[in-house]
Design a protein around this ligand. Structure first.
Ligand SMILES: Nc1nc2c(ncn2[C@@H]2O[C@H](COP(=O)(O)OP(=O)(O)O)[C@@H](O)[C@H]2O)c(=O)[nH]1
Ligand SMILES: [Mg+2]
Length: 703
C-alpha cells in the first residue's frame, strides 16, 4: 500500500512505524450492506478521553496491535502535526472497527470550541453520537448545549463515562452529573463491579461468577426498567409491570434497543481506555442498539437548479448522493476528501459530478465539475487503505479530486444533484497577517487559497481600506492551526495588529481655495477653484453641486474639480482614512484659455479640499456592528454588563426559541476584535453571537 507508506513518512514517525501497530482486520474496511454499518461520532469536552477510547477500541478489535499515546502524538486520531503540537484533536478523524460482522465507523471529533466546524462535519457523517464524559471532571456548558441540539433532531445518543481507572474516578457521581446535565432519560445500563474488576449489567447481569456486584445494582434495576418501558411503544408493558409481573428479559432488551435507536432513551456506559474495562459491553451497545444508516433520514436533495427532489433512500443500488465532510491537503497524495455516502455506491474508476453551493461568503464560489474517482480508500485515521467501492451508509476517502471542497455533493455524472448543506459556524475572530518579505507575500498569496479551501470555518478578507490580509478564525487555537499549516508550506509570516477601518468627516463647515498655477516656461498649468464644504448626516455619502455663475469654470473642468475632490476623499484629509458624508459646493474659480487642463483642475480640487480640512474640525468615524448574542439565562447579566464595558448599547432582549435569551446590541467593531474568545470565557463556552455591519459613528476621544 504505497499511499500508507507515504502517510507514515509524512507523520514523522518513520516508515513502517504505524505498520508495526497495525493489525489485520482488513475485512472491516469494505462493507456491502448498510444494515451492517454503524456511524458513531464521539463528542464531548476536550480531554474527556475520546481519542484514547477510539485507540482502545481499535486495539480491542485487532485493528491495531497496541495503543498509541496522546502525549507522544502516536494515536490514530491525532496525526495532524498541529494536533500533536497542541496535544489535542484539531480535526475529525474516522477509524473503522469490525465487531462481529458489523463495521463501526468511529468518528472522533475535537472537543475544543475552536474546532466546532469539525464537530459539525462529524455529526453530519454520523447516525448516532457517543457523549464521552470523564469520570473525574464536570460537564461543560458547550457539551450540554450540544446535547440540546442533538435532542432537537432526535439524534440517537449514548453516554460513555471514561477514565474509571483514575484514582479520583467516581462513577455514581458522574452519572448524577449526566442526569443533571442531560435529563432523566439518562440511566446506567451497567455498573462497575467491586474493585472495577468488570461490569455488571443492570438488566443483563453477568456471566462472570468472580465479579462481586456493587451494592446498588438491585436498586438501579427498577428505575432502568421503568425508564425503558416509559419509552416503549408497547403500552401494555407499563400496566403489566405495575401489576407486579416479571417482564421477560429479552423483551426489555428489545425495547431498550428500540428506544436508543429512536433517540428517546440514553444508556450510560462505564469504561476505561487504560484497562479496557467496559469495552466489550460498549461494542455490543454500538452494534445492537445504535441505528444503522437504514434507520436514519437522509439529508434533503435537490437538482442543480435548486428544485427539490424526493428524499433518497439509503440504498446501495440507488442514485448516488455523497457528501464531502472534510478536505485535507496531503503533501504526497494532494487533496484527500472524506466522504459520507448517503445513497447509491461510489466505485473506483467511476465518473462523478462535484457540486458546491452557498459558501461564496467564505471565499468558495459556487462550482460544478465532472471528475473521475481514481482512488478510493477506507480511512483509518490518516492512513488510507485502498477499497474498490463504498456503499450507501458508509464513509470513505477519495484522493486527487481537483475541485472538491468541504460541503460539496458527489453524485452521478449523468444525474447530478446537490445535498442541502449543513450549518457551518461563522468565524468571528480577525487575525491580520503579512509575509516576512516580498517573496513571502507571494508565497502567502499562493498558499492561503489552498488552506482556505480545506477549511470552511476560515474566511479570508483583503480589507479594501487598510489593505490588510485578515484571517477570520474561530478562536486562537484555530488561528494557530491555520498559521501552522501556512508555515508548513514554507511561508514565513507574522501576525500584526488588526487595523479598524475608520472614516473621516467634516464636523464643521469650511471653505477651501485650490490654486494650482505653474506658468514658468514651457506648457503651463492653470486652475483655481473655491469650494464650500458642509457636513451631511451619517450614511449620506457625498454630494457635489456647482453654483458658479457666469461660466468662470467651464463644465468639463467642473467635472475635473469633482474628480479631484473625490480622489482626495479616498486618501483622507487627516489620518489617512476615507472621507464620507460631506457636501461640496463649487462657488468660484478662474480658467486660463491655454494653460487650464483636466489634470490641473483635478489637482486644484484636491488641494481645495485639503485647505478646507485645515480650517475645519475633522471627526473620525468608527464602524459599529449590530450584534445578536444568544446565552443561557444565567449569563444575561454578565453579558450585559460586559457589553456596557465595550461601549455597547443594548437595543433589546428576547426569549430565544428553545431556551436562553437573545440580546441585541450595537457595538463598535474595535471592541469586538476578541469577542469570539471573550464571550466564550464569560459564559463557560455557551454563548454564541452573530454580527453584521450597521453604520459608522463618531469615534469618542478616549477610544
Ligand atoms: N487514567 C486514564 N486517563 C485517560 C484515559 N483515557 C484518556 N486518558 C487521558 O486523558 C487525556 C485526554 O485524552 P484524549 O483521548 O486526548 O481526550 P479527547 O480530547 O477527548 O480526545 C490524555 O492525557 C489521556 O492519556 C483513561 O481511560 N484513563
Ligand atoms: Mg481527541
Amino acid at each position: 500500500m504505497s499511499a500508507k507508506g507515504t502517510r507514515e513518512t509524512a507523520k514523522g514517525t518513520g516508515p513502517g512505524a504505524t505498520d508495526a501497530r497495525r493489525g489485520d482486520n482488513g475485512a472491516a474496511l469494505t462493507a456491502g450492506d448498510p444494515a451492517k454499518i454503524r456511524n458513531v461520532a464521539l463528542v464531548g469536552h476536550s480531554g474527556a478521553g475520546k481519542s484514547m477510547l477510539v485507540e482502545a477500541l481499535l486495539a480491542a478489535t485487532g485493528a491495531i496491535t497496541r495503543m498509541g499515546s496522546i502525549s507522544e502524538g502516536t494515536t490514530v486520531s491525532d496525526s495532524d502535526p498541529s494536533a500533536i503540537h497542541q496535544q489535542r484533536s484539531v480535526t475529525l478523524s474516522v477509524a473503522p472497527i469490525l465487531v462481529g460482522d458489523i463495521k463501526v465507523n468511529l468518528i472522533d471529533t475535537p472537543g475544543y470550541t475552536d474546532f466546532t466546524g469539525e464537530l459539525r462535519a462529524g455529526l453530519r457523517a454520523a447516525d448516532a453520537a457517543l457523549f464521552v464524559v470523564s469520570a473525574v471532571d464536570g460537564i461543560d456548558g458547550a457539551t450540554v448545549a450540544l446535547w440540546g441540539e442533538c435532542e432537537k433532531v432526535r439524534m440517537p445518543r449514548a453516554v460513555v463515562v471514561s477514565k474509571l481507572d483514575h484514582p479520583r474516578a467516581d462513577f455514581r457521581a458522574a452519572v448524577a452529573r449526566c442526569q443533571e446535565a442531560f435529563g432523566e432519560a439518562v440511566l446506567p445500563l451497567y455498573l462497575p463491579a467491586v474493585g472495577n474488576a468488570g461490569l455488571i449489567g443492570v438488566l443483563h447481569g453477568t456471566e462472570n461468577e468472580d465479579l462481586e456486584p456493587a451494592s446498588d445494582v438491585e436498586a438501579a434495576r427498577g428505575p432502568l426498567i421503568e425508564g425503558i418501558i416509559a419509552e416503549s411503544e408497547d403500552e401494555t408493558l407499563m400496566d403489566r409491570y405495575l401489576g407486579g409481573e416479571e417482564l421477560p428479559l429479552a423483551d426489555l432488551i428489545n425495547d431498550l434497543e428500540t428506544a436508543v435507536a429512536r433517540g428517546s432513551f440514553f444508556p450510560v456506559m462505564p469504561t476505561s481506555a487504560e484497562t479496557g474495562l467496559g469495552l466489550p459491553e460498549l461494542m455490543a451497545l454500538l452494534t445492537d442498539a445504535l441505528p444503522s444508516p437504514l434507520e436514519r433520514i437522509t439529508p434533503a436533495v435537490m437538482k442543480l437548479d435548486g428544485s427539490s427532489l424526493k428524499p433518497l433512500p439509503c440504498d446501495p443500488a440507488g442514485r448516488l448522493a455523497a457528501e464531502v465532510v472534510r478536505t485535507t491537503v496531503d503533501p504526497f497524495l494532494g487533496r484527500v476528501c472524506l466522504v459520507r455516502v448517503f445513497s447509491g455506491t461510489l466505485r473506483e474508476d467511476s465518473s462523478i459530478h462535484i457540486g458546491g453551493r452557498g459558501l461564496a461568503d467564505r471565499g468558495h464560489e459556487d462550482h460544478d465539475a465532472d471528475e473521475r474517482v481514481t482512488h478510493l480508500y477506507s480511512p483509518v485515521g490518516s492512513s488510507l487503505k485502498a477499497i474498490p467501492k463504498c456503499v450507501a451508509g458508509d464513509i470513505c476517502a477519495i484522493s486527487k479530486l481537483a475541485s472538491a471542497e468541504t460541503g460539496d455533493t458527489v453524485s452521478d455524472r449523468g444525474a447530478p444533484i446537490l445535498i442541502e448543506t449543513w450549518n457551518m459556524p461563522e468565524p468571528l475572530m480577525p487575525v491580520a497577517i503579512e509575509g516576512a518579505s516580498r517573496s513571502d507575500e507571494d508565497a502567502l498569496a499562493k498558499s492561503i487559497g489552498k488552506v482556505a479551501a480545506a477549511d470552511p470555518t476560515l474566511r479570508l478578507e483583503r480589507n479594501q481600506d487598510t489593505h490588510q490580509l485578515i484571517l477570520w478564525c474561530m478562536g486562537e487555537a484555530h488561528a494557530e492551526v491555520v498559521l501552522d499549516r501556512l508555515r508548513n508550506q514554507g511561508v514565513k509570516l507574522q501576525t500584526v495588529d488588526v487595523i479598524t477601518p475608520l472614516r473621516e468627516t467634516f464636523a464643521t463647515k469650511a471653505t477651501g481655495h485650490g490654486r494650482h498655477v505653474k506658468q514658468s516656461g514651457g506648457h503651463g498649468q492653470f486652475a483655481i477653484c473655491d469650494i464650500e464644504v458642509e457636513p451631511l448626516a451619517r450614511g449620506e455619502g457625498f454630494e457635489f453641486t456647482d453654483k458658479i455663475v457666469g461660466g468662470a469654470i467651464p463644465g468639463t473642468f467642473v467635472t475635473s474639480v469633482e474628480k479631484g475632490v473625490r480622489s482626495q476623499m479616498l486618501k483622507g484629509v487627516s489620518a489617512g482614512f476615507p472621507v464620507v458624508d460631506i457636501k461640496v459646493t463649487l462657488v468660484g474659480g478662474k480658467t486660463h484659455s491655454v494653460d487650464s487642463s483636466d489634470a490641473a483642475f483635478q489637482a486644484a480640487g484636491a488641494l481645495a479640499l485639503r485647505e478646507a480640512a485645515a480650517t475645519a474640525k475633522i471627526q473620525l468615524l468608527e464602524p459599529v456592528s449590530s450584534v445578536v448574542i444568544s446565552v443561557p439565562d444565567d449569563y444575561v447579566g454578565a453579558v450585559m454588563s460586559d457589553l456596557s464595558g465595550r461601549r455597547g448599547r443594548v437595543t433589546g432582549t428576547t426569549a430565544a426559541d428553545g431556551e436562553g435569551t437573545e440580546i441585541s446590541a450595537e457595538v463598535p467593531d474595535q471592541e469586538l476584535l476578541r469577542y469570539a474568545i471573550e464571550l466564550r470565557a464569560l459564559t463557560a463556552g455557551t454563548g454564541r453571537f452573530r454580527r453584521s455591519f450597521l453604520r459608522h459613528e463618531p469615534l469618542p476621544k478616549q477610544a
